[in-house]
Design a protein around this ligand. Structure first.
Ligand code: SAM
Ligand code: SF4
Length: 330
């Protein structure tokens, strides 16, 4: 039986976090001194594989591996290879969200395993800004990684979090750079997930303002392009490329939601912006894992909420949710 929630939304897309660890410390994502989970709590490679197969058996056709940084998990490529064997046999697409620092090492192997597209997060092209934002001086590695991915045949899409004081002024230059290389870029609003050092209010830049600024400079035409995700797309006449806008705070994108997320500890979150949760690790480690997993997925379909309730209305507000994006898997 396919996965259909209480609002008749068919769930065909799983974002699976394979680790909460990361080699960067993006200021909007996690604090500098992030405490990572003990390894014993994280699902083994074999458990991640079984879990993914369980979802594919229930009609999930698109699988995105994420984290933390998926490519910092040792043996990660083994999982990609194992899941790649399901392509054409239940799975239509296997993809990855990465910060790009290790793409030079893994791009060829990813392509060989059946991955055809990767999302790479890139918030700035300025080395000093990158080093300040990610708290690591890794921009050259990331740019080399993007080049290596393209050389290996992977389609690269860029994700950029719009940040009030950090990259607001640079967004047009980033778009020009991306489009100059034939890369699509999607802008994302910062979401109040977990405590970080800065106040979310000071980071949040509404994309309505970004769009207005871009429209003052260029001709933006709403595009019919859809991916089944929350982004809305615009063609830019002057750059000849397309941008996506993901606006969780200023716009609600939930009615067409087709996805769920599973953390590296096997916690299924049916909504990125909600506290609802089902423990799949307990199911996997039970006496009858197949039956327990099927039952847990049925529960998840019953509790997936209609919409999230993110807000960043004022300075000093507590985060909407205690968990970081690196935990839930972006
Ligand atoms: N490490 C990988 C990366 O950076 O692409 C994958 C995991 S990361 C958590 C996934 C995406 O979430 C990235 O594009 C990142 O910019 C975004 N992200 C992290 N924290 C966020 C937040 N609080 N609000 C909005 N996006 C966030
Ligand atoms: Fe790491 Fe990605 Fe979070 Fe940055 S956004 S700290 S790269 S998990």
């Amino acid at each position: 039986m396919t996965l259909v929630d209480q609002f008749q939304r068919r769930i065909s897309y799983l974002r699976l976090s394979v680790t909460d660890r990361c080699d960067l410390r993006c200021a909007y994502c996690m604090p500098e001194r992030q405490t990572f989970l003990p390894r014993s709590e994280v699902l083994s490679l074999e458990e991640l594989h079984r879990l993914a197969l369980g979802f594919i058996a229930r009609g999930v056709t698109k699988l995105r591996l994420t984290g933390g940084e998926p490519l910092v998990r040792r043996d990660m490529i083994e999982l990609v290879r194992a899941l790649g064997r399901k392509l054409g046999d239940g799975l239509d697409e296997l993809t990855l969200t990465t910060n790009g620092t290790r793409l030079t090492e893994f791009a060829v192997d990813l392509f060989a395993a059946g991955v055809r597209r990767v999302n790479v997060s890139l918030d700035t092209l300025d080395r000093a800004t990158f080093a300040r934002l990610a708290r690591r001086d890794s921009l050259p590695q990331v740019l080399e990684g993007i080049a290596a991915a393209r050389a290996a045949g992977l389609k690269v899409k860029l994700n950029t979090v719009a940040l009030k004081d950090t990259n607001a002024a640079e967004i047009p230059a980033l778009i020009e750079w991306a489009h100059g290389q034939g890369l699509e870029l999607t802008l994302i609003e910062v979401m109040p997930l977990g405590e970080v050092e800065e106040d979310r209010f000071d980071q949040h830049l509404p994309l309505s303002a970004v769009r207005a600024a871009l429209e003052a400079r260029w001709t933006l035409t709403p595009s019919e392009h859809r991916t089944g995700g929350p982004a809305r797309y615009f063609d830019i006449a002057e750059t000849g490329g397309r941008i996506g806008l993901i606006t969780p705070l200023t716009n609600n994108f939930c009615e067409g939601c087709n996805r769920v997320r599973v953390t590296a500890t096997g916690q299924l979150y049916p909504c990125l912006g909600g506290g609802e949760r089902v423990d799949l690790r307990a199911a996997l480690r039970s006496a009858d894992p197949a039956a327990a997993l099927a039952e847990a997925l049925d529960v998840a379909m019953k509790i997936k909420p209609l919409r999230h309730h993110f807000r960043i209305d004022a300075r000093g507000e507590a985060p909407a949710l205690p968990r970081h994006m690196s935990m839930t898997g972006g």
